[in-house]
Structure formats: C-alpha cells, structure tokens
Design a protein around this ligand. Structure first.
Ligand SMILES: Cc1cc2nc3c(=O)[nH]c(=O)nc-3n(C[C@H](O)[C@H](O)[C@H](O)COP(=O)(O)OP(=O)(O)OC[C@H]3O[C@@H](n4cnc5c(N)ncnc54)[C@H](O)[C@@H]3O)c2cc1C
Length: 464
C-alpha cells in the first residue's frame, strides 16, 4: 500500500507522524511531498515579526521527525486520481509522476490576493516564516534608516506600517509590530512615539470576527490607546508606488504593507485535480475525512485542514464547515491517520468532531484577548495564556524548549533587535570589495531595493 500525502504542513505533518506510530512494519509506505522541508507553526509568525520568537524555532524539520516516511521536496502540480497518479515538480528537471494507492490532500490554503493597483508590487503576506522574517527585518531596517534622516516625507514613510485585514492574522501581526516599534524607541532616541504611524485597514464594520462584538470593540479601543489608527469599513483602493489610498479619501506613504485578508483556495487543489471541490475551491469531504459525500465517496482519497470542506458536527446550522485553523488542522490530521489505519484493517472510521477551545490572540508583548463562549479575559493574563497555550501546542518537546528559552533570555536581556536583511544579498560585501559603487542607492533619496539590487549584483557578477 503506497500512501501519498500532499503537503507536510499542520494537517499533513500530523497525519504522517501518526501513521509512523500506528502502522505496522510493512503495512504501508508513506510519502510526503512538500516544497518546504519543514512544517510551519503559523500561530507563532506574528511573534516572529516582532522578534520575540526565533524564526527557525517555529518550523519543525520533516526529516528530523518523520523517520520512516519518504520525503520529496517539490510541488504537486496535478493529480489524476482516476489513475492514482500525481505529477510532482521538483527544483530540477521535468515533472515526475508518483503512483500511489491512497491519497491524502493536506496542501493548505494560500494568502488571498485582491486585484488592487500596486498590491502585487508592494504587499507581503504572512503565511510563511520567510515573510515574517522579512517583515521584522523591514521594520528594524526602517528604524535604522529613519534615525539618520531629517524630518520629512521619507522619514515619515519609513515609520509607517499598514496592515490590511482585521482578522486574526492581521490583528495579531499589527499588535506585535506595534509592540516591537514602541519598544525600539528606547534604543532609538532620535525617533519619537508621535512619529510612528500604524494603520490597520478592515473592510467590514468590525475587527476580529472570531470574538463577539464587545471584545471586538475593546480591541479597537486598546490599539487606538497605543497610538494606532484602526480604519474599519474602509478599503484600500490603491497601493501604487507604496502610496496607500483608502476608500475614505485618506492617503499616505507606507514602508511596510502587510496583506492579511484571509485564505484563498490552493490553486492546485482547486483546479488541477479530478477530486470534487466546492464553490470555494475546497475539497469536499465527509465527516470521516474521506473525500466525497455520504452518497458518493471517492475511493482511496482523504483530505483535511485548510484545503478541505470538513462538516462541522458541533454546529447547529446544517451544512456548517469547520473553520480553517490550527485547532482543527492538528486534530483532523491525527484522526485522518487513525481512520486510514482503521480502513486498512477493515475497521470502522470515526467522524471528526471538535468543540472549539475558544479564541485567543496576542496583541503584542503583555497584551492579549481570550474568549470562550461568554468568558472574556483581556490584557496580560490573556497574553500569558496565549503564550502558554502555543508553547504547549507547537509540536515536539525540542521546539517547545527552544521557544521557551528564547522567551526567558528575552526576559533577562530584552528582545533581539538585530536585523539581517543582508542575507537576501549575501554577496554584496564581497562584490563591494572590488567595486564600492554597488553599495550606492539606485535612485537619489531611496535606499537600495534588496531584490532588484540582488538581481543587478548577480547580473553584474556574471558579466565580470
Ligand atoms: C499568521 C497566522 C497565525 C495563525 N494563528 C492561529 C492561531 O493562533 N490559532 C489557530 O488555531 N490557527 C491559527 N492560524 C491558522 C493555522 O495556522 C492554519 O489553519 C493551519 O496551518 C492549517 O494547516 P494545513 O495543514 O491545512 O495547512 P498548512 O499548515 O498551511 O500546510 C500546507 C502545506 O502544504 C504545502 N503545499 C502547498 N501546496 C502544495 C503543493 N502543490 N504540493 C505540495 N505541497 C504543497 C505547503 O508548503 C505547506 O507546508 C494562523 C495562521 C496564520 C497564517
């Protein structure tokens, strides 16, 4: 029996991990295909942007923890389930076919993009650890550059941060970045609190839909008390040239534009398989996580996590689906493994059912909010609960310990505020040794754009 798992993120990693524990020797051969060699613990990404958690500590190496699973570094680009075949694009060469007997689809979602002028050129998502690191370095570098400039439009632009999307990801990232920026002021006497300009833009009338109205309003007041601008019922109409124009008519230049407007469907899952998908591009699954419906199950195909439309058996409303979050993805992954093993052994599969444990969000160092039904906890206690919950939830004891040790060292010595944006262009110093001209900004008044500059440097180097 050959089991193929597409995606080694939350749901895929837990499925493979549990299969390793439950399968008898020789019972099945498991392969995970993922372009990344690690599973990312996304709930810690906002803390990575704030330098409170080390980037490498929020990812779990697949090779270290999946000992008997075959790992393929690549993207699945097409699935022909009728012929039990997936096409995989690796970094080199033509796509390869992987044949399987049983398929697990856990490829997650992608950041939803909207076609607004300038967004594709200037915005950055927050779904991957690389994005979180770039955001952190972007803010730290901006402080370094702003500190050396006289008051004026360029200095204001550098100290402006815009987050679009008032859901969980957007609010947590916004709160954490605001907290980092405020704490940086101690190390940058040249910059004052009044110069920081933080904008959270949300199209709907309220933020954090995961909590009820009153706590949602409290979060807005709380962020505003800390000096932030929260724009509800507002949309971005343009981000051309990094100049933000809002539907209210307000406009400003921003250094960072963080795009957190929610999940978009995984394009491969939605468009390049012969599995049934719903109108949102999610794989249709039954409560036991088998693909298909009760009337028409698809043999040998299972799915879970953010790319699957999993029936929510705890909801009163008929047709309700589980929300795309880690709470569900981890439990679905574990059940998926148990159900596959039961299926292989001719036993009965169990339906997925999980009552929400509530909502908990960080709003920056020492600030948080928790809600479970009518119980609401705000402030430092909620923040401590957030940290406690997530340090226990990140997979493997080794990761828990690493995260905890960084928090402890930060409590003693403060956050690590060193940015290493140079890793994006690591050969700059080497090339500059021969030609200092490469260090010059491209245009008068603007810093070098790392990506373009890297391309220029590589081009210049090849020409030598
Ligand atoms: C910033 C942030 C904060 C969050 N905070 C919380 C929180 O506090 N609490 C909570 O419950 N949830 C939280 N979530 C949501 C939670 O992280 C996700 O719901 C969860 O990760 C979904 O798991 P998944 O396995 O479905 O997808 P993912 O974990 O995204 O994994 C998908 C995997 O599939 C791989 N993949 C994608 N396409 C392909 C392909 N074509 N071929 C092969 N591999 C592919 C990807 O590389 C990835 O490794 C947060 C999310 C974000 C972004």
């Amino acid at each position: 029996m050959r089991i193929l798992i597409i995606g080694g993120g939350y749901a895929g990693f837990y499925t493979a991990w549990r299969l390793e524990k439950r399968l008898r020797p020789g019972e099945a051969e498991v392969t995970v295909v993922d372009p990344r060699g690690y599973m990312t613990y996304q709930p810690f990404l906002p803390e990575v942007t704030a330098g409170s958690v080390e980037a490498r500590h929020v990812v779990v190496s697949l090779r270290s923890h999946l000992r008997s699973t075959r790992l393929v570094a690549g993207h699945v680009i097409e699935v022909d389930h009728a012929h039990r075949r997936a096409m995989v694009q690796t970094a080199h060469g033509a796509p390869q076919a992987i044949k399987y007997d049983l398929l697990v689809v856990t490829a997650g979602a992608v950041t939803r993009r909207l076609s607004i002028p300038g967004v594709a050129d200037h915005a950055i998502g927050l779904k991957h650890v690389e994005e979180a690191v770039a955001i952190r370095d972007g803010l730290l570098t901006a402080f370094d550059e702003a500190a050396g400039l006289p008051p004026g439009p360029e200095r204001s632009r550098l100290l402006t941060v815009t987050v679009v999307g008032g859901g969980f990801t957007g609010v947590e990232a916004f709160g954490e970045l605001l907290s980092l920026a405020t704490s940086l002021l101690r190390s940058y006497p040249e910059i004052s609190l009044a110069e920081l300009s933080f904008h959270l833009v949300e199209a709907s009338p309220r933020i954090l839909p995961e909590v009820t109205d009153d706590p949602g309003r409290w979060v807005v007041r709380h962020l505003e008390r800390r000096g932030a601008h929260v724009h509800t019922e507002t949309q971005i109409t343009s981000a051309r040239g990094g100049h933000i124009v809002l539907s209210t008519g307000e406009s400003f230049d921003t250094n960072l534009l963080i795009w957190a407007v929610g999940n978009g469907h995984n394009p491969v899952v939605a468009q390049h398989t012969d599995l049934p998908v719903d109108d949102r591009g999610l794989v249709r699954v039954r409560a036991d996580l088998r693909v298909g419906t009760d009337e028409a199950p698809v043999p040998d195909a299972w799915a879970a996590g953010d790319n699957a439309a999993v029936p929510d058996l705890t909801a009163a409303a008929p047709g309700a689906l589980t929300v795309p979050n880690a709470q569900h993805a981890v439990r679905q992954g574990k059940l998926l493994a148990a159900n596959i093993v039961a299926h292989l052994r001719g036993k009965k599969e169990r339906p997925y059912r999980h009552d929400s444990l509530g909502t908990i969000a960080t709003l920056g160092m020492g600030h948080g909010i928790f809600q479970y039904r009518r119980l609401v906890i705000k402030g430092p206690l909620a923040w401590l609960m957030h940290r406690g919950y997530h340090v226990l939830a990140i997979p493997t004891w080794e990761r828990k310990l690493r995260v905890l040790l960084v928090w402890l060292s930060a409590a003693l010595f403060g956050r690590d505020i060193v940015a290493l944006p140079g890793v994006q262009v690591p050969r700059t110093a080497f090339l500059a040794a021969g030609d200092p001209a490469v260090l010059r900004p491209r245009r008068e008044g603007t810093g070098p754009d790392a990506e373009e500059r890297a391309r220029e440097l590589i081009g210049a180097d090849r020409a030598r």
